[in-house]
Write a protein that binds this ligand. Structure first.
Ligand SMILES: NC(=O)c1ccc[n+]([C@@H]2O[C@H](COP(=O)([O-])OP(=O)(O)OC[C@H]3O[C@@H](n4cnc5c(N)ncnc54)[C@H](OP(=O)(O)O)[C@@H]3O)[C@@H](O)[C@H]2O)c1
Length: 345
C-alpha cells in the first residue's frame, strides 16, 4: 500500500489530536498510523479516517517500521525518544523545545525557510518552532523581503491551550470558581486575568517563552543580529494566540505597501477594515491554518516602522499544521530524489 507508516508520540494531547486531524484533513499519505502516549492513556481510542485506532504506550520499540514520527509529548520525552526514532530510520518532526536551537537541527516554518530541508537533515530530526514564533515569522517574512527588517517589539496574548490540556482545564474550572484552580499550571488565577509569565524567568528577568521568541526568530529568518523584544502574556482565551507587533525596517514602508506584501504572502490572510470592526480575532482563527494580520498602522514619527496585530490557531499553524506541512516538504523531496539522508522513506 502506498504511503508512510506514521507515528504520533503524545497522540492524546491537544497537539497530538490536532496532528491526527490535520493529517486526515490534508490527506497526507498515511499507510499506518501508530498512536503513542504514556501508560495513563494506553487503550484509549482516537478516530482517524472513520476508524478508531488504539493508543499504545510509547517505548523504545514503538518506531519500528515507521518512516515519519511526530513528537508532541514534551521536551523530556523528545530528548529520550526522538534520537531512538531517528536511529530506527524515522524522520522526526519534533514539537517540543528540546532540539530547536541545536545547530545541526533545522527549525522550520515552510512559508519562511523550507529551503533548509533536506540538506540540513543531518540527525534525522526537524524541529517545529514555538507557536508564538511561527505566526510572527509568517507575517514578518514578506515584510522583511520588501523593506529589510531591523527590529521587532512584540507583546503576546496567548491562549491557555498553549499550555496543553492542563491549561484549558484550569480556565474551565476557574470560570466556575472564584478562586485559583488547585490543579492549575499557572501561579495565579487565569480566569479574568492576564499573566505576564510564560515559562520560567532567567536572571535578567526574561521568561523562557520570550527567550524562545528571540532565538527562534533569529534562527528561522537567518538574521542572527535581529533585535527582537518580546513580552509574553497568558490570557483567558481557550484557543488562538494574538500578538501586537511593532516592526522597523531599513527602508521606508507604508501601510498600503505592507498590506500588498502581506496579501501576496503564502499562508497570510489580511483582515483589516477596522471601521467595520473587521480585524483578526482568536475566535475566528480557531480551526484555521492561516495566519491573520490586521490593524496595520504607520508609526507617525518613523516612515520606516509599522504596527500590526497577528492572530493564529496555536494548535494548528502554531503546532500541528506546521508539523504536517514539514512532513509534506519531506515527502515531496523524497518523491523527487534518492538522497541517502532519508533513504528509508
Ligand atoms: N499547545 C500548544 O499550543 C503547543 C504549541 C507548540 C508546541 N507544543 C508542544 O507540544 C507538546 C505537547 O503539548 P500539548 O499542548 O499537546 O500538551 P498536552 O495536551 O498536555 O498533551 C501531552 C501529551 O504528551 C503525552 N505524554 C506526557 N508524558 C508522556 C510520557 N512520559 N510518555 C509518553 N507520552 C507522554 C500525554 O499522554 P497521556 O495522555 O498519556 O498523558 C499527551 O498525549 C509540548 O512539548 C509542547 O511544548 C504545544
Amino acid at each position: 500500500v502506498a504511503g508512510y507508516r506514521v507515528a504520533v508520540a503524545g497522540a492524546t494531547g491537544l497537539v497530538g489530536r490536532a496532528i491526527v486531524r490535520v493529517l486526515e484533513q490534508r490527506d497526507f499519505p498515511v499507510r499506518d498510523l501508530v498512536l503513542l502516549a504514556s501508560p495513563r492513556s494506553a487503550g484509549a481510542r482516537i478516530s482517524f479516517r472513520g476508524e478508531a485506532s488504539e493508543v499504545k504506550t510509547l517505548g523504545a520499540n514503538s518506531f519500528r517500521g515507521c518512516e515519519i514520527a511526530f513528537f508532541s509529548a514534551g521536551a523530556t520525552v523528545s530528548r529520550e525518544f526522538a534520537p531512538v526514532a531517528a536511529a530506527s530510520g524515522c524522520v522526526v518532526i519534533d514539537n517540543s523545545s528540546a532540539f530547536r536551537m541545536e545547530a545541526d537541527v533545522p527549525l522550520v516554518v515552510p512559508e519562511v525557510n523550507a529551503d533548509v530541508l533536506p540538506h540540513e537533515l543531518g540527525r534525522g530530526i526537524i524541529a517545529n518552532p514555538n507557536c508564538s514564533t511561527i505566526q510572527m515569522v509568517v507575517a514578518l517574512r514578506p515584510l522583511h523581503r520588501a523593506f529589510g527588517l531591523q527590529r521587532v517589539v512584540v507583546s503576546t496574548y496567548q491562549s491557555v491551550s498553549g499550555t496543553g490540556a492542563r491549561g484549558t482545564r484550569a480556565l474551565d474550572a476557574e470560570l466556575e470558581l472564584s478562586e485559583r484552580d488547585e490543579q492549575s499550571p499557572y501561579p495565579h488565577r487565569i480566569a479574568f486575568n492576564a499573566l505576564p509569565h510564560i515559562d520560567t524567568f532567567d536572571a535578567e528577568g526574561w521568561s523562557g517563552e520570550e527567550r524562545k521568541m528571540i532565538g527562534e526568530t533569529r534562527k528561522i529568518m537567518r538574521l542572527p543580529a535581529l533585535q527582537v523584544l518580546p513580552t509574553a502574556v497568558r490570557v483567558p482565551v481557550r484557543v488562538g494566540h494574538s500578538e501586537s507587533v511593532y516592526a522597523s525596517f531599513g527602508r521606508p514602508v507604508s501601510v498600503e505597501a505592507a498590506r500588498v506584501a502581506l496579501r501576496a504572502a503564502p499562508g497570510v490572510v489580511v483582515v483589516d477594515r477596522p471601521q467595520n470592526a473587521e480585524y483578526p480575532l482568536a475566535l475566528d482563527a480557531e480551526g484555521r491554518d492561516e495566519v491573520f494580520v490586521g490593524r496595520v498602522r504607520q508609526d507617525p514619527d518613523d516612515p520606516m516602522a509599522i504596527l500590526f496585530w497577528v492572530v493564529a490557531d496555536n494548535l494548528r499553524k502554531g503546532a500541528a499544521t506546521n508539523a504536517v506541512q514539514i512532513a509534506e516538504v519531506v515527502a515531496s523531496w523524497h518523491r523527487s530524489s534518492n538522497a541517502t539522508a532519508v533513504s528509508s522513506l
